[in-house]
Design a protein around this ligand. Structure first.
Ligand code: WTA
Length: 635
């Protein structure tokens, strides 16, 4: 029996039971057999969820890039590590071998060092999906710098907030990016952000669109000449198991984005393990995850998971709709992709288009399909299964989070029978539980509750950068002794999990997590706005869309509402990014509040979702009269 690669259902149950009975032995065996360690650990796990403090493989020394690159060179040096598919289908794809990746990462690492970046320093990476993004991530890891990748769709303000929060001293960016038919001037976004970031002393700029950009003296430098001049040999920095590998920001329901801090050893072991099993990865496979490396899915399942298994991982610069809606399938055919991992929102968008866009292409190379980021509805599941998988490629509906680092609940293709909309069973090593509102564990099946995890797993985030207290409050305080995910779930008669969605004020729009508070804060900056409340409502393609209720100050009364709507969305775009724009904006003369002054979002959510027959008791409100007025004018 192999712990590492599970091939049958009985084997899954056996391994799963062992992982619960002896979690430390289970993870230790995986760690022992599949990685290079500079020094073995003294202790597999120590933990205390009340602090919370979790340490895996303490005392071990390693470098993750040695595991993702160097150890493959002898046997797989010429194998393609990264297969880069550009935005423009007429531009040639790049096959970057493990040898070449090694050379590029080493050179980049030496450039970072020459610019004074040291172990433990934070480096912000704000790049489009070009090879330099993966290379710079790995270069940071090679020298022990903590990378903080910020998705290149975020605005200057959002970028500045993230740079300052973790005190980055360097930003790596590009002159611009291609996105479908558009080009985006990334560098000027960085310039604007850096007006508020005094700690950044170096900006390295990759060339992608050859635009004429502004370079600031003594701060900005073109990357390529530096790489050309650097040595291609950079010895790894030997890291402690628990040294931070990266920070990745995720939205919270309140306040600042949370900089989730991931560790080195635990993250490596579990992303590698989950990649192998969830994608049933085999040596000659061509694996493609369509996410952006700016999100956790890209970190774990474009970069670290695949490369630590010596896989070929496709990196796609473009969008599913360019030059037409057949692009994904054209790429699958062209590169004979075997595993394809995408988000429900993309599936729903493509399902709306003519089937010819799919049927035109030979998709027979596909063996495994994946879905991530939000619940996949039944219709989208069937469309994916019928038209892309041709009913022969199992769909792995993978549930996990930025905070969990790795996939937690998912069927193992060809092992676990799939049911539409069910993420199914936990991966070995993962112990989910459902809790009721009174903090009691709900046992048995055919129940629903709040999804928690009751035992530590290696790739869990260790803290929120600079705010351990918030980490504790957000994840370890709702249910004593358990990690609270923020999601609701149900468990069916056979023990399969179905994730039902967020139970907090995070709304998932097109797979992006958006906290309501930061959006409201942005809106409230508008001089005419007195107060606002954001809720989600169902949307055909995006899963959820945003509905804003806004009350105006007296000075705003009488202003043209359509203009105000535009201005409000403009402010949101500036503060957060276009992904957080509101689909509907209703101006109201008040928001329903409790006697203690809290906005009753539950009521607003029901009105936005057109579920006004079940509003519940509104008599305890401070101002019950506003509810009827809001209902009468609902959009
Ligand atoms: C949601 C993405 C249902 C969930 C890897 C979670 C899902 C949040 C699924 C994390 C799924 C993710 N089914 N819901 N298969 N996968 N989610 O941090 O609400 O961007 O808490 O991580 O997405 O989003 P994040």
């Amino acid at each position: 029996m192999s712990n590492y690669h599970i091939k049958h259902l009985e084997e899954y149950f056996k391994v799963y039971r062992k992982s619960v009975r002896e979690p430390e032995v289970f993870w230790e065996e995986i760690a022992e057999e599949h990685f290079i360690w500079r020094k073995r650990w003294d202790n597999v796990l120590s933990w205390d969820f009340s602090k919370p403090e979790v340490k895996w493989f303490e005392g071990a020394k390693l470098n993750i890039t040695e595991n993702c690159i160097d150890r493959h060179l002898r046997t797989k040096g010429d194998k393609t590590a990264i297969l880069f598919e550009p935005n423009d289908p007429n531009e040639e794809a790049q096959h970057i071998s493990y040898n070449e990746l090694s050379e590029r990462v080493n050179r980049f690492a030496n450039v970072l060092k020459s610019k004074g970046v040291q172990k433990g320093d934070r480096v912000c990476i704000y790049l489009p999906m070009i090879p330099e993004l993966a290379v710079s991530v790995l270069a940071c890891a090679r020298i022990g710098a903590v990378h903080s990748v910020v998705f290149a769709g975020f605005s200057a303000t959002a970028l500045a907030t993230r740079i300052n929060d973790s005190d980055c001293k360097m930003v790596i960016t590009s002159d611009g990016s291609y996105r479908g038919a558009k080009t985006i001037d990334l560098k000027s976004i960085v310039d604007e952000a850096l007006e508020d970031c005094s700690g950044v002393n170096t900006v390295l700029v990759a060339k992608r669109i050859n635009s004429d950009i502004n370079m600031v003296d003594n701060r900005d430098e073109w990357l390529q000449p530096l790489l050309d001049a650097a040595s291609d040999d950079c010895p790894v920095e030997v890291m402690d198991a628990e040294d931070p590998l990266f920070i990745l920001y995720t939205s919270g329901s309140t306040g600042m984005p949370k900089g989730m801090v991931h560790s080195t050893a635990g993250y490596m072991v579990q992303t590698a393990y989950s990649f192998k099993n969830v994608f049933q990865y085999r040596n000659d496979d061509i694996y493609w995850c369509t996410a952006d490396i700016g999100w956790i899915t890209g970190h774990s399942y474009i970069v670290y998971g695949p490369l630590s298994n010596g896989a070929t991982t496709v990196m796609f610069e473009g969008v599913p709709s360019y030059p037409d809606f057949g692009r994904f399938w054209e790429v699958v055919e062209k590169h004979k992709v075997t595993q394809f991992y995408t988000a429900p929102t993309a599936i729903r968008a493509l399902a709306k288009e003519n089937l010819e866009f799919v049927d035109k292409y030979d998709l027979s190379s596909l063996k495994v399909l994946g879905s991530v980021g939000e619940p996949i509805n039944e219709e989208a599941w069937h469309w994916y299964n019928d038209n892309v998988g041709k009913k022969k490629s199992p769909i792995a509906d993978t549930w996990w989070q930025t905070e969990t680092g790795s996939i937690m609940i998912a069927p193992l293709p060809y092992v676990t029978p799939t049911i539409p909309t069910y993420a199914s069973l936990p991966l070995p090593g993962i112990q989910p539980v459902l809790m009721d509102e009174n903090g009691k564990e709900i046992s048995g099946n055919q129940v629903d509750g709040r999804l928690c995890i009751k035992y530590p797993w290696p790739s869990m985030a260790r803290t929120i950068w600079g705010n351990h207290q918030r980490y504790k409050e957000t994840y370890f305080s709702a249910f004593e002794g358990k990690y609270f995910t923020g999601d609701g779930a149900l468990r069916d008669a056979v023990g399969y999990y179905r994730i039902t969605g967020r139970v907090d004020d995070v709304i998932i729009v097109s797979g992006h997590n958006l906290g309501t508070a930061p959006i409201e804060d942005a809106i409230n900056e508008h001089p005419a706005v007195a107060e606002s409340a954001i809720v989600g409502f169902p949307h055909d393609i995006k899963g959820n869309a945003l509905y804003g209720y806004i009350t105006l100050k007296e000075t705003g009364e009488g202003r043209d509402h359509d203009n105000l709507r535009k201005e409000i969305n403009q402010i949101i775009t500036e503060h957060i990014g276009p992904i957080a724009k509101l689909d509907k904006i209703q101006f109201t003369h008040g928001l329903p509040k409790t006697r203690s002054g809290k906005i009753m979002r539950r009521i607003l959510r029901k009105i936005a979702c057109n579920e006004t027959s079940s509003l519940g008791d509104t008599s305890t409100l401070l101002n019950p009269e506003v509810v009827q007025a809001i209902m009468d004018n609902a959009l």
